[in-house]
Design a protein around this ligand. Structure first.
Ligand SMILES: [Zn+2]
Ligand SMILES: [Zn+2]
Length: 395
């Protein structure tokens, strides 16, 4: 049997076990940076197949290596994230979340179990490849500053530095059996903006004795859209959204202050830096010009995600060999964010999508919703595909 056929048959053979692992993780979700039991479970599963996991990296992360023949020759890293979201699951399934208000609604249970399956396959065929595969199970993808940044800080990409890193994410817009790739820019940077507009409260009938922060905030919201429409290059995707505004006055009361919160997204680090400066300056000076004050707080999130073109091209070719060309699709850019982008700033990285949708079974809900689920058929494909990609990279 050739290696491709062997990997496929192992992936098929282990799929029942991987589904069991996924269901265990799904029923026992943990929030970002609190993945203590998940990490323990992952380490146990890795020990169960004969690996020696390193626990405690990035506090709740797990690292392990599978050494083929001539392990020093080359190394490739594979990444899964392990955290769940503060959402109460609405699905009525046997593996429903057992934790009130916490749910694997972004498929990180799928990524973790799939990578455990990949590890099992690679460990069984380690005489068939040269080099080392490093497995990264990271915490905190869903919450700033991003578990990936802690993994890097704690040396997950050192000794030796892998030649590249591959990440997989479920995709409820893509039918199960299909895989999506995109070369180059793929996802956005994401920064949180908190603006406090300070005026002077007073009677609604006597605005001359007050400084109206509601009016100032309104001007700021409108004016800041100029940063996008007049300062961003029309060739650069970028978005500014304010989703929250609170001013606790009344019909006849001008409040003292108004708070505004929003998100700024971009796909170019230079533009990102200059836009954040412009946003701050415009908000501050506009408020000042109107007699008030604006305090701008920026919580910096993940950088934008660049899929290394050469690596992505090779992975795509490997995927085409595995699932057939007709099952590999081009992804569009998205202004969503992913902390996998941190790895892409250090080494060549590629983030691809695993189709998990099945309309016939009614599995269509988007990620981050209480009814999100996947067609578990994806777990027959996911582990083997990633193993095959890793082996190809080590060739
Ligand atoms: Zn998510
Ligand atoms: Zn996710």
């Amino acid at each position: 049997m050739d290696l491709l056929a062997k990997i496929k048959s192992l992936s098929q053979e282990h799929s029942g076990h991987v589904v069991k692992q996924r269901r265990h993780l799904h029923a026992n979700p943990e929030l970002s940076y609190q993945e203590f039991n998940t990490a323990k479970y992952v380490a146990e599963q890795l020990r169960g197949i004969g690996l020696v996991p390193q626990e405690g990296i990035a506090t709740t992360g797990v690292l392990a290596e599978i050494k083929g023949k001539n392990p020093e020759k080359k190394s490739i890293a594979l990444r899964a994230d392990m955290d769940a979201l503060p959402i109460h699951e609405a699905n009525n399934v046997p593996y429903k979340s057992q934790v009130t208000g916490v749910m694997h609604a972004c498929g990180h249970d799928v990524h973790t179990s799939s990578l455990l399956g990949t590890a099992k396959i690679l460990n069984e065929i380690k005489d068939n490849f040269e080099g080392t595969v490093r497995l990264l199970f990271q915490p905190g993808e869903e919450k700033n500053p991003g578990g990936a940044s802690y993994m890097i800080r704690d040396g997950a990409l050192k000794n030796p530095q892998p030649s590249g890193i591959i990440g997989q994410h479920v995709f409820p817009l893509l039918p199960v059996g299909k895989i999506g790739f995109r070369e180059g820019m793929y996802m956005a940077s994401c920064d949180e903006l908190y603006l406090k507009v300070i005026g002077k409260g007073g009677h609604g009938a006597a605005p001359d004795l007050a400084i109206d922060p509601i009016l100032i905030a309104s001007h700021i919201i409108v004016a800041l859209q100029q940063v996008i429409s007049r300062n961003a290059s029309p060739k650069q995707p970028t978005v500014l959204t304010f989703g929250k505004i609170t001013g606790e006055g009344a019909t006849n009361i001008i409040p003292n202050e108004v708070n505004i919160a929003g998100t700024f997204r971009a796909m170019n680090e230079e533009w990102r830096e200059s836009a954040l400066k412009k946003i701050k300056k415009m908000a501050e000076s506009l408020a000042e010009g109107m007699g008030g004050k604006c305090e701008v707080e920026i919580s910096k999130g993940y950088p934008y995600l660049e899929n290394n073109p050469e690596l992505t091209r090779r992975l795509r070719a490997a995927a085409e060999a595995y699932v057939g060309r007709e099952n590999v699709v081009d992804l569009d850019i998205t202004l969503g964010a992913e902390d996998f982008s941190y790895y892409s700033q250090v080494i060549p990285a590629s983030f691809y999508r695993l189709g998990t949708r099945n309309e016939a079974k009614g599995i269509t809900s988007y990620v981050h919703t209480p009814t999100f689920d996947i067609d578990e058929e994806a777990l027959t494909l996911g582990p083997g595909l990633m193993a095959w990609m890793a082996v190809n990279e080590l060739r």
